[in-house]
Design a protein around this ligand. Structure first.
Ligand SMILES: *[C@@H]1O[C@H](CO)[C@@H](O)[C@H](O)[C@H]1NC(C)=O
Ligand SMILES: *[C@@H]1O[C@H](CO)[C@@H](O)[C@H](O)[C@H]1NC(C)=O
Ligand SMILES: *[C@@H]1O[C@H](CO)[C@@H](O)[C@H](O)[C@H]1NC(C)=O
Ligand SMILES: *[C@@H]1O[C@H](CO)[C@@H](O)[C@H](O)[C@H]1NC(C)=O
Length: 186
């Protein structure tokens, strides 16, 4: 951690107790930090006034970008749900058609008509049963592929967001350090 980073974290109250303990064990480091602030208070203040807003802006960008990743994957899932529900309805209707056909055959009391009804089913309805099974397995495969694509894209989006944030704050901290060192040299 650079001295500027430590100062920022102290200012923001973000240094965990353990880290503070570590700093206490090295009074020299702490002295160096205070000498930063004391050498030229005006310039030091100017440095912070300039770079703290930049850090805030990095945080805002991260937050916006993260929620946009979330929004994107949520809306893709909803769109997928909508698309899938059409196929679901097709399958449901086809299955209900067969069910109705079987009920209709079961209701027939005349033996000859009863057998003929089921005989017809083997030709027409079994093709539908096969289609239902075939479509269902294709739909299941396609759905799970699309869901994992959405997951991967979401991961890449948030990972990119993290990466941009880490790089951005690192750059600001380095600039701030440079600014503080220049004020010390004056
Ligand atoms: C849903 O279907 C539409 C039209 O077929 C397509 O443009 C869109 O990409 C689909 N959505 C998903 C998440 O697959
Ligand atoms: C099966 O899928 C095909 C092609 O997508 C479609 O045209 C047909 O209506 C589907 N049938 C059923 C029973 O879902
Ligand atoms: C995720 O981010 C890390 C650090 O920025 C990077 O090293 C890694 O390659 C990224 N992973 C993917 C799959 O992009
Ligand atoms: C402190 O900084 C101010 C403004 O940058 C400058 O005018 C002044 O000379 C500096 N003082 C010292 C002691 O370096």
């Amino acid at each position: 951690m650079t001295p500027a980073t430590i100062i920022i974290l102290l200012v923001l109250g973000l240094v965990p107790a353990m880290r503070l303990g570590a700093v206490d064990e090295q009074p020299k480091t702490l002295e160096n930090l205070f000498s930063y602030l004391e050498t030229n208070e005006t310039t030091t203040k100017q440095c912070f006034a300039r770079y703290l807003p930049q850090l805030e802006s990095q945080g805002t960008t991260w937050s916006k970008s993260y929620s946009s990743c979330l929004k994107k994957s949520t809306s893709e899932r909803q769109s997928l749900d909508t698309n899938v529900s059409a196929a679901q309805n097709q399958l449901r209707e086809a299955a209900m058609g067969i069910s109705a056909f079987i009920d209709h055959c079961l209701d027939i009391s005349d033996a000859l008509d009863f057998f003929n009804c089921f005989a017809k089913m083997s030709k027409q309805q079994l093709a539908t049963v096969y289609t239902i099974s075939y479509n269902a397995s294709e739909d299941a495969l396609s759905l799970s592929q699309q869901l994992s694509t959405i997951d991967v894209e979401h991961y890449l989006c948030t990972n990119r967001t993290e990466h941009t944030y880490v790089e951005g704050t690192d750059r600001v901290f380095r600039d701030l350090d440079q600014c503080l060192q220049q004020s010390e040299e004056h």
